[in-house]
Design a binder for this molecule. Structure first.
Ligand SMILES: Cc1cc2nc3c(=O)[nH]c(=O)nc-3n(C[C@H](O)[C@H](O)[C@H](O)COP(=O)(O)O)c2cc1C
Length: 220
């Protein structure tokens, strides 16, 4: 496929056929994904390949916990889980909110789930002393995650970067036997998509690119 077509059509696949994803395909995908950039080329990614149903179900259940707050905030017109505006929904509202099936089921139903982790001992987290949530560490793992999705697309498969389960990171570390310095970055269901979406909704360039300074004329 032409590169721009791939970039414009690699959607988040959440519904999969019963087709298996053989280990050989996973190795091919990861063998290409590993050329992703990372800070200092330290390549701190680790991938746990989960096929056992019990483990997938537990990862889905753990995702459901954060999904309740996500859904409650979204229903209240908020940007869920952002660190700037405190949540305006209370604990009782979150508790009685149903976790949307689309945020949990793909994880239990996918033929394989990749748990993408990063070894924090090798990540240069340059923004660690700033008074805001860290974002730089993720830049050493999510290009890799995106490469996995593009590789999957190339092989006729698809998946989704999901992060809801990471709110329960200690439980995932226990479930999978991860050391404490290994962070969970994404729980990625993978499989053969039931349907291929090709018209993704994204804002136009002029909405987010500006000249010279914040609020400058849009780059259109
Ligand atoms: C950092 C990150 C976290 C995400 N977390 C979740 C998640 O927990 N569950 C989920 O279903 N999708 C998750 N997504 C997928 C987004 O919902 C998806 O990228 C977005 O809606 C665009 O979808 P599209 O490419 O199909 O248009 C996440 C994506 C990113 C990049």
């Amino acid at each position: 496929m032409e590169l721009y077509d791939v970039m414009r059509t690699t959607f988040s696949a959440r519904e999969f056929t019963a087709d298996p994803v053989p280990d050989s395909v996973l190795v091919t995908i990861l063998d290409n994904a590993r050329f992703a950039p990372s800070g200092g080329n330290r390549q701190g990614w680790k991938v746990v390949v989960v096929r056992e149903q019990k483990t997938k179900d537990e990862l889905a259940r753990l995702s459901g916990i954060a999904a309740k707050r996500y859904a409650a905030q979204a229903a209240n017109g908020e940007s869920p889980w952002n660190t700037i505006d405190p949540p305006r929904v209370d604990a009782a509202t979150i508790e009685k909110t149903q976790a949307p099936a689309r945020l949990t089921e793909p994880i239990s139903k996918a033929p394989v789930v990749l748990v993408l982790c990063v070894d924090l001992k090798v990540v240069a987290s340059i923004d660690q002393d700033l008074k805001r949530v860290g974002v730089i560490s993720g830049a050493s793992i999510y290009p890799f995650a995106w490469n996995v999705l593009m590789g999957a697309r190339h092989e006729g498969y698809g998946g989704t970067i999901t992060t809801l389960a990471t709110a329960q990171e200690p439980k995932i570390q226990e479930l999978l036997g991860l050391p404490a310095h290994v962070a969970v970055c994404a729980v990625m269901p993978l499989g053969r998509p039931v349907q291929r979406l090709t018209r993704l909704k994204r804002k136009p360039v002029g909405d987010f690119a500006m000249r010279e300074r914040w609020g400058g004329p849009p780059l259109a």
